[in-house]
Design a protein around this ligand. Sequence first.
Ligand SMILES: Cc1cc2nc3c(=O)[nH]c(=O)nc-3n(C[C@H](O)[C@H](O)[C@H](O)COP(=O)(O)OP(=O)(O)OC[C@H]3O[C@@H](n4cnc5c(N)ncnc54)[C@H](O)[C@@H]3O)c2cc1C
Ligand SMILES: *[C@@H]1O[C@H](CO)[C@@H](O)[C@H](O)[C@H]1NC(C)=O
Ligand SMILES: *[C@@H]1O[C@H](CO)[C@@H](O)[C@H](O)[C@H]1NC(C)=O
Ligand SMILES: *[C@@H]1O[C@H](CO)[C@@H](O)[C@H](O)[C@H]1NC(C)=O
Ligand SMILES: *[C@@H]1O[C@H](CO)[C@@H](O)[C@H](O)[C@H]1NC(C)=O
Ligand SMILES: *[C@@H]1O[C@H](CO)[C@@H](O)[C@H](O)[C@H]1NC(C)=O
Length: 581
Amino acid sequence: MGLLRPVPIFLAALFAAAAFLLRDTWTGQGTESGSICRCFPGDTCWPSITEWNEFNRSLGGKLIATNPIASICHDNHPFAPYDAEACARLQSVWELPETHYVSPSSPMPPFYANMSCDPFTPREAQCIIGTYVQYTVNASSAQDYKSTLAFAQRNNIRLVIRNTGHDYLSKSTGAGAIALWTHHIRDVSVVDYESHYYQGKAMKLGAGVMNFEAQAAAHAQGLLVVGGFCPTVGVAGGYTQGGGHGTLASRYGLGADQVLEWEVVTADGQQLTATPTENPDLYWALSGGGGGTYGVVLSMTVKVYPETKVAAAKLSFTSQGVSLDTFNNVVKSVLLGLPEANDAGVGSLWIYAEGFFMMQPIMAPGLTADELSALIRPSLDELDRNGITYDYAIGDYPTYFDAFDAMNPPYNITQFHIGGRFIPRSLIESKKAIEPLMDTFKFMFSKGGIMSGMSLNVSKTPLVAPNSVHPGWRTSAFVAVYGAPFYKLDYEANIESLDLVTNVLGPSLEDITPRGGAYLNEGNIYQPNFQETFYGSSYDRLKSIKERYDPNDFFYGPTAVGSEAWRIERDGRLCQVKRQP
Ligand SMILES: Cc1cc2nc3c(=O)[nH]c(=O)nc-3n(C[C@H](O)[C@H](O)[C@H](O)COP(=O)(O)OP(=O)(O)OC[C@H]3O[C@@H](n4cnc5c(N)ncnc54)[C@H](O)[C@@H]3O)c2cc1C
Ligand SMILES: *[C@@H]1O[C@H](CO)[C@@H](O)[C@H](O)[C@H]1NC(C)=O
Ligand SMILES: *[C@@H]1O[C@H](CO)[C@@H](O)[C@H](O)[C@H]1NC(C)=O
Ligand SMILES: *[C@@H]1O[C@H](CO)[C@@H](O)[C@H](O)[C@H]1NC(C)=O
Ligand SMILES: *[C@@H]1O[C@H](CO)[C@@H](O)[C@H](O)[C@H]1NC(C)=O
Ligand SMILES: *[C@@H]1O[C@H](CO)[C@@H](O)[C@H](O)[C@H]1NC(C)=O
């Protein structure tokens, strides 16, 4: 998703902020007591240069020492030197995903790089490894996975699994860590799949394949594959393992619903196949229970479908020339139309801020533009009736591939602190039911928040087997993502924004969706009660499956299943939470 528009800054008395952010991080004493913390650079347990070289040799030279990509914007560091022109070039493409996914170490969400080596800080500001990983293994085989897992465990070093670096919850970076980088494992093949739960065309995707590559490979054979809105998200990585929504969800279901088979290497170096019948508990957990938790995926095999005609549209308008009340009432009628559209197979992505609404893309696989237009007509009539001008376009496309290319906007990296919430269909099913939601949006805007929604119905298609996605998906009409501003250079202001997300915007949506949940890939890293919010009733079973396949609790990610056993110290070190005697 992408939140595109800056919003007014909310300044409030938020001095509880620092307290909540640093809540778990100031308690650390005795962090040198090796057994409860991961080994950190500078510790005596940290491998010597000779040992790193030895490890590199055992990998055939695939070990990369981190060289922060923005070092060219700074002096006084051992990395690539200052270069004004190159720095300006980097600044101009900083928000593009491709700037980061080609890098072995740069995460996309900027806040979690903690200004360690930031292209926008002054030339004389620090450029250190800081919260970047220390080393990256440029993996190309199961053997590389096994060697990396063994080395990291033998030396008690934190492991980060890095694919594209899109993760909003900072799972693809980590201070003092080795990254296992899957980006170059990019094999794709179409296969005829035969099992008692599915017979038909399927696609086997290497861990590093990105959405646009999977789409192209499917299209070349007259097929389509379920992926996200964003072309560069990795399909088999955090996306499908975390659930995975997109333009095709209302017709074919979530990313996780497509999985037939996982190839995975577990912490002990075993290579396993997980299907609904072989290691079925691992299959269940990997299909929606969160990335980077149970093992490292080598490949995934998913259902694919025959290419189909697609109708696609976009609509945007502002409050210019009308009152905000009038504008919001029109937005309300657009939202009231979502359930019918979702049921007809339409998937859409929209952004809503004070006085601004944009829905793009609106995609209807299998429908004609006439059919889609009939679903959108009531919204256009409402706009006309209220004298609001709008931008609107609709088209027929012979294939999903063409529609995706033509109607999907570019996706920059979100420059917001975000949180998320599943919005149940029952909340937008009638004019009366939607009022609390509209009031909440108004409240959020008044605090400087901004909203986006991914509309879908993912409870229509039969599953090949049950999976672990949060049950809240199945009753949702859209997945809400809300945001507060990110400040490139102002740490304190970011703390206030995070406080706003966690303690003001989040609770306002939670109040009207009791016992609800949120998408674990598009949520707040400081989400209170994250276990229930991100995993719902699946949490306990996920945790016992993790304990079975990762008995030494080696895999860790912020808000991942089992992560409550760990905390990040102030210097970034990963430590076990002390068990009270
Ligand atoms: C611009 C943008 C657009 C987005 N659009 C969408 C969208 O349309 N639909 C949607 O559902 N989500 C979307 N997302 C969210 C996205 O699904 C998550 O960020 C997801 O984590 C990305 O997965 P990745 O593998 O590409 O990223 P990474 O950041 O590289 O990895 C994320 C997590 O997955 C784990 N992981 C990665 N590879 C493996 C592996 N091989 N084995 C085990 N664990 C692994 C990592 O450890 C990490 O925990 C978007 C995010 C951004 C920033
Ligand atoms: C690993 O070896 C390769 C090939 O010899 C070399 O290019 C690379 O710099 C080495 N990596 C590290 C971290 O020393
Ligand atoms: C997307 O990012 C690019 C490069 O950083 C920037 O030039 C462009 O303005 C951004 N677009 C939007 C809509 O934010
Ligand atoms: C990583 O390995 C791939 C081959 O698998 C190679 O093409 C690529 O250049 C390597 N990248 C880096 C940064 O070493
Ligand atoms: C999804 O569609 C089915 C069939 O049209 C309908 O019965 C169900 O209520 C819908 N669910 C949601 C959450 O929209
Ligand atoms: C983030 O940066 C601040 C200021 O430089 C520093 O004090 C802090 O230790 C850093 N955090 C991590 C996790 O590295």
